[in-house]
Design a protein around this ligand. Structure first.
Ligand SMILES: NC(=O)c1ccc[n+]([C@@H]2O[C@H](COP(=O)([O-])OP(=O)(O)OC[C@H]3O[C@@H](n4cnc5c(N)ncnc54)[C@H](O)[C@@H]3O)[C@@H](O)[C@H]2O)c1
Length: 250
């Protein structure tokens, strides 16, 4: 019996680095999943063809989220987990609040924070019917501090994820539904494409991390599956930092 046999997850951002790694690990461990991203279905998932349902859609569109969740419950009969991974960090357009285009501010808030409202509202009724569940939401270690090269919409949206997760954790604890956050450090995924092929920068970042390397999407998947699993059944309303010690150093 694999760890997630008989369990069903909704994983957002599954066309990106961490979301795809989480989807792969979850499916490998016997789970079934609804996967959603703006990007098309990744070819790597073909191996698990009968165990997932991929929706290419926009999480800022509440009706799209509601429709996708309705289909998964119809197909797999239940919902146990919600994993909010999708997010954007627009290095070129996200700026100090003094300079940022307010349309960009609104778009970042919609994608990084309001999409979480959409997924939670439509996932929780299905989790209740399944008798409980767990959620993991992706924030960033960066939201713990101010930013000297400001990406203020990103930081504020990701701080909002933390408070919302804690609040939902308290509201739903009595119904057996847990909610936790992961704080990733720096990981080489498509989000950090600006460093592709720039070995010197990658090495400098890795050397700044106490463990001596950047994170991987699989590091995040391992932490996420732990928080979803029954091994974490007494853990809710908190954050797990997965950053190789980065935030521990001043
Ligand atoms: N990579 C890092 O260094 C790092 C560090 C800290 C936090 N994070 C956070 O971890 C999460 C995953 O990051 P990643 O590195 O895998 O990034 P990624 O860019 O590889 O993946 C994010 C995915 O979200 C999808 N997405 C964006 N907007 C969407 C929308 N409106 N609807 C549906 N899908 C949408 C994108 O298409 C993309 O595939 C993000 O929330 C990110 O902010 C990443």
């Amino acid at each position: 019996m694999k760890e997630f046999s008989g369990r069903v997850a909704f994983i957002t951002g599954a066309g990106g680095g961490m979301g795809l790694a989480i989807a792969r690990s979850f499916l490998k461990q016997g789970g079934k999943a609804l996967l959603m991203d703006l990007k098309p279905e990744p070819a790597e998932l073909e191996l698990f063809r009968d165990d997932f349902f991929f929706v290419q859609g926009d999480l800022t569109d509440e009706s799209c989220v509601a429709h996708a969740l309705g289909s998964i419950v119809e197909k797999f009969g239940r919902l146990d987990y919600l994993v909010n991974v999708a997010g954007v960090l627009w290095f070129d357009r996200d700026k100090s609040v003094l300079d940022i285009d307010l349309d960009v501010w609104d778009q970042v808030m919609d994608i990084n924070l309001k999409s979480m409202v959409h997924t939670i509202r439509h996932a929780v009724p299905a989790m209740r019917k399944s008798g409980g569940g767990a959620m993991v939401h992706f924030s960033t270690v960066q939201c713990l501090r101010g930013d000297p090269a400001p990406q203020d919409a990103y930081g504020a949206s990701k701080a909002g994820v933390v408070t919302l997760s804690k609040s939902v954790a308290i509201q739903l604890a009595g119904e057996g539904i847990r909610s936790n956050v992961i704080f990733p450090g720096v990981a080489m995924t498509p989000l950090q494409a600006r460093w592709d092929g720039k070995k010197e920068i990658q090495e400098a970042v890795a050397n700044h991390v106490p463990i001596g390397r950047m994170g991987t999407a699989e590091d995040m998947a391992n932490a996420c599956l732990f928080l979803l699993s029954d091994k974490a059944s007494y853990i809710t309303g908190t954050e797990l930092t997965v950053d190789g010690g980065l935030s521990a150093r001043l």
